[in-house]
Design a protein around this ligand. Sequence first.
Ligand SMILES: [Zn+2]
Ligand SMILES: [Zn+2]
Length: 419
Amino acid sequence: MGSEEFQTARGTRDVLSPETWQFEAMRRLALRWAVRYGYELIETPIFEKSPVFLRVGASTDIVQHERYQFVDAGGDDLTLRPEGTAAVARAYVQHGLASAVQPVKLCYYGPMFRRERPQAGRFRQHTQFGVELFGSRSPLADAEVMLLGCRIVDAAGLRNPEIRVNSLGCDRCRPQYRRALVDFFTARREELCQDCQTRLEQNPLRLLDCKVDVAVRQEAPDLENYWCDDCRAHITTVIEIVAASGQIIRRDRHLVRGLDYYTRTVFEVGHPGLGDQVALFGGGRYDGLTANLGGESVPSVGFGMGIERLLSALPTALPTLVPDRAYVAHLPGFERQAYLWALKLRDEGIAVDADMLERSLKAQLKEAGRRARLALIVGGTEWSQGNVAVRDLTQGSQDVVALEEVVEYMKTRLQEGEL
Ligand SMILES: [Zn+2]
Ligand SMILES: [Zn+2]
């Protein structure tokens, strides 16, 4: 423990082994599924010019309160990315991907930054995996991103996740609904919480997912009654396709999501074991975002998945990527030979450690017992006869193996890892 000023900043933390390997296993699992679904990996910078994220929507919490925005020494107004979509959409426009073969399917994985109020399980730096599918208006695109996310959650060990979905309508039908909503809530203004009273004019849809005004919102007009024919057909098809694949999906008329850029489909995915409030990932369709970022208007749909939350919700840890390890111990005078053998075994693909502290054989084997499965003992009678003693540290048994066979022997005894 160092002094207070040299601890991690508020809302951030170090991740140590073995948890780091859980993160890495999760990253690989997500990318494996994304590749199966035809996605390419994109990496955008950790910070962008601030307008990129301001275009996400002026009335969202992220933009209003939670941005890490700063002016650097050169006078540039920059923001640490709070989410992935705006940056990926910016890249799509900047690199002219609208003229590539559509759809363009991109996925990203990396840290995001939001100055959230400190609370258990919330971090100001968190890891997000997400996908964006550009250039398709089809309900198949909506269905596909939902299903991909569900496969990842399922493969990580949370079997049978559940999708809640809603349609926020389009430019043609949403304005009427918005007006009906403002009228309804204005008449009930006295009953609303402070937050809702202030966002009533600015963002009335957000009142539908207020956790305080649950009773009022139950009586609010239902979007479904305002959908135009196209919007109705779209959401109906999305639900039908997803359900036909065997995935659980149901409409939630109070689901609106926090970001302003969504059109039509919004969704969140949870798990019955975690309660209604926990969303493992969520997203939707945002047909206007690329136009806001200076490109042409391209239909797009995607999701973002918080990796910390997903990992903490898993019933069991992901299989470790780390292989079984071996240890080359030595009798007095054989330190250098032991080390050379460790190097040789590493070149053969085996994870091996050797003593660097001039410990006794007994102390080396004790150390080996903590981190390895097999220990080679270099030196002694066996060694002088061209053999080596190999001890199984979990079972306590010992074999004598000819030196020319030791690599094969160890490969069959040690569990391989993905790393
Ligand atoms: Zn519509
Ligand atoms: Zn409220």
